[in-house]
Design a protein. Sequence first.
Length: 337
Amino acid sequence: MARRAQRSENDQLTGHKTGSSVTKGFAEETRRGETHPEEFVIAEEVQEALRKGIPVVALESAIITHGMPYPVNLELAQELEGIVRKGGAIAATTALVSGKIRVGLSKSELEMLARAKWVKKIGPRDIPVAVAMGFSGGTTVAASLHIADAAGIRVFVTGGIGGVHRGVSEILDISQDLPVIGRARCITVCAGAKSILDLRNTLEYLETMSVLVLGYQTDTLPAFYVRDSGIPIEHRVESASDIAAIVEARDRLGLGTGILVTNPITECDQVDPAKHEKVLQAALKKAAEEKIEGKAMTPYILAYMQKNLPGVIEANIALIKSNVALGTQIATLLKHR
């Protein structure tokens, strides 16, 4: 009964019919130039850009549905797409809408995702369920990158990626983001891994997955709200042009290396590192007391920090805008080379 209600509510709000079959094999087999399943819908503007070689930047939607309150989330989503367009590229926000995988959203779809409380948070493994059941939802980093890669988009931008959670020796909790980044040809631009994670083990896991981690004008791994984790990374780049050259060298050589570009938040936009650590420890303690774990952990901790650490929402907005601007530069350079 709940499934039918969700299906009906989705259709009423979006005007889309629900797909009835589960998407199969759309990831690596259905790249640009190949046939997509009927549930995989690329917006006409995005299709045309991909056909003509116009740069496209993919954006996630979980930040809209689960990252920020309304109307801040909608305003940010619109602003991010505006940054992409101003930079000379086409924005392709990914999401699930009434059981359809969408690459590029209309204004009404963005509004629905920003307003609706019932939409799901959808990772890669949840996509078949969402398609079969007709759900709508925001796609996580992993799901968004998965979808962007299947569409043939070369650059995906997010705020911060998931990673290895603290206490991994007790519970093997590792984000789906990492293996997807490792196998995607589409590169990911971010402000590092979320600072609530075990960052040293996250970097080690990325190395195990053969991910090339590039530090944009930094020698250390950025930590989302904080610009410097103190953990060194091997490869520093100074410009978007350097990054584009590395991407094209990888592609020319036929290597399957995933590429993660880490762009630190500016010093003036970061939260106070000492206050950040104090609030984080309190959040982790509270989560343990309430037995929060698994996929519920990250949103719980982030919500706690938004409530108790001044400047968190502002930092989140600043860093993702910076990432989108950099990702757009990279996409444009890839197109022109």
